[in-house]
Every structure is written in structure tokens, then in C-alpha cells.
Design a protein around this ligand. Structure first.
Ligand code: UDP
Length: 255
């Protein structure tokens, strides 16, 4: 097993100061599976350009990103950035990765927890997952709307239940901050921040049609459906790519 872990471990490439793991989808999944079998914890981050931009503005968030154990590129932005740097890396959509992880948990009898989204959303997502994965053992379900005092209670609850994998759907950076806190108390748990995935699993939000997914344009579809996202994504993505080009030119000049 150690040998497999070492073989899979792990090339990384920095993108604007944050290391991204260069795994195929399957190898990343295998890597997590191996950790689960060895009862080792992980903080998995599914990183995108908005998170990298925020990590460069907010030192606390930057630190959390740098301390994550597995950073997989979610979306076309980071894939393109790596391409600019001469690295071919497949896109690993966090929502698909998480779904495969749930399949592994069902198969292996690993317990899971769902933390985040609105109450009716997380309940419906749990129900749909149970319908789809008959042997899945969901031992913790909690919505993602709470104040600081409630957060403490939630941390204690999660610790008491100790699911083997905790899916946290609070959006970035909230989910990463909470995971960083929980990880200190629960070193044997696998944590993954999954953004809006519960909304999709509940059936409340549809994923983009396959053609958008295949072309890496899921963000475009979400922006069309939810124009308020435009402000969030539009200046960020081209700025991000321009910064990556500048960084790459600089790296090549000083080599
Ligand atoms: N959310 C939450 N608590 C909060 C803020 C957000 O549980 O205080 C949930 C929200 O209901 C949604 C998810 O976090 O299900 C964030 O979704 P979004 O699409 O913003 O995340 P992204 O996928 O863009 O990171």
C-alpha cells in the first residue's frame, strides 16, 4: 500500500502562488481511497481562479489553501493556467469527484456527513443520495446557516459523530476555513469543500448540459442562468489568465 501511495504521490505545479496537484481524475480518487483505507485524513480543495485570487488578497485564506493536502483543479480556468505553463492537466470537476467518492464510501462502508446549504436542500440531497446509493451510510446532516456560537456546537457534533468523509457546502472561503478548524480536531477525517453541489444533488439546480461540461464552459452556463455571477467571474477570469501569462514569462526569463 505504501508503494502505491508513493507512486501516486504527487507532482505539483504552482499557479500564482498556490500549488495544484497534477493527478488524473482516477489517480486523485485512488489517492483519496488509499488514505481512507489507511484511516488517514485529508483536506481536499477543488481550486478555481476566484479562490486563487482571494488567496492572494486574504492571507488567512492563502494559508489554508497552502496547507491543504490535495488541491485539484476544478474548471477550465486552472486547466488553462496550467496549459500556459506548459502542463497538460485534465479538469476534475469537484462535484463529479465528490460523487465518485460517495460511490467508494458506499462500497467500502465508510460513513459520510453533509454540512451546508439550506435545510430543505441538504435534506433532499441526502434523500436523493440514499435513493441512488442504497448502502450509503450518512451519519451527519446539517444545513449551512449558523452563527459563531452555533458553529462551535456544530464542530462538537461533527467530532462526536466523526464521519469518515465530511462534504462541506458553504461556498469558498467559508467552507475551507471551517474545514481547517475541524481538521485540527479530526486528523483522520477526509474533508472536501463542495460549493453548490448539494443544490445540484437535491435537484434544485441543474448542472450545465453536457456540451458545456465537455467544453469546460460550465461557468458560462451558470452565468447565463444566474447573471449576478457575471460580476464575480468576468473580471476575475481574464485577469487571472493575464497574471498567469506574466508569471510564466517571468519564470522563463529568470530560468
Ligand atoms: N451556503 C451555506 N451557508 C452560507 C452561505 C452559503 O450553506 O452561509 C451554501 C449555499 O446555500 C450554496 C453553497 O453554500 O448551497 C454555495 O454555493 P455557490 O454556488 O456560491 O458555491 P460555488 O460552487 O460557487 O463555490
Amino acid at each position: 500500500m505504501k508503494y502505491i501511495m508513493e507512486c501516486l504521490h504527487k507532482k505539483r505545479e504552482p499557479v500564482l502562488g498556490f500549488e495544484v496537484d497534477l493527478f488524473t481524475f482516477e489517480d486523485a480518487l485512488q489517492y483519496v481511497h488509499n488514505h481512507l483505507k489507511e484511516n488517514k485524513g485529508l483536506h481536499i480543495v477543488t481550486i478555481n481562479p476566484e479562490m486563487i485570487a482571494l488567496g492572494n488578497k486574504n492571507d488567512d485564506f492563502g494559508r489554508v489553501l497552502n496547507e491543504a493536502d490535495l488541491v485539484i483543479p476544478d474548471g477550465v480556468g486552472v486547466k488553462l493556467a496550467l496549459k500556459i505553463k506548459g502542463v497538460n492537466q485534465e479538469n476534475i470537476p469537484g462535484i463529479e469527484f465528490s460523487k465518485k467518492l460517495i460511490g467508494i464510501c458506499e462500497l467500502e462502508g465508510f460513513t459520510i456527513g453533509l454540512l451546508g446549504a439550506k435545510e430543505e436542500v441538504v435534506q433532499k440531497a441526502a434523500q436523493n443520495l440514499r435513493n441512488e446509493h442504497k448502502n450509503l451510510n450518512i451519519t451527519y446532516i446539517r444545513n449551512g446557516y449558523f452563527d459563531e456560537a452555533q458553529e462551535e456546537i456544530i464542530c462538537q457534533e461533527v467530532k462526536a459523530v466523526s464521519p469518515k468523509v465530511l462534504f462541506v457546502a458553504l461556498g469558498a472561503p467559508k467552507q475551507e476555513f471551517l474545514i481547517a478548524k475541524l481538521k485540527q480536531q479530526m486528523p483522520n477525517t477526509v474533508f472536501i469543500g463542495v460549493g453548490g453541489s448539494f443544490d445540484v444533488w437535491s435537484g434544485n439546480v441543474k448542472r450545465a448540459p453536457e456540451i458545456y461540461q465537455k467544453m469546460g464552459l460550465e461557468w458560462l452556463y451558470r452565468t447565463i442562468k444566474e447573471p449576478s455571477r457575471f460580476k464575480r467571474i468576468f473580471p476575475a477570469l481574464p485577469m487571472f489568465l493575464i497574471q498567469v501569462i506574466i508569471e510564466t514569462v517571468h519564470e522563463n526569463l529568470v530560468k
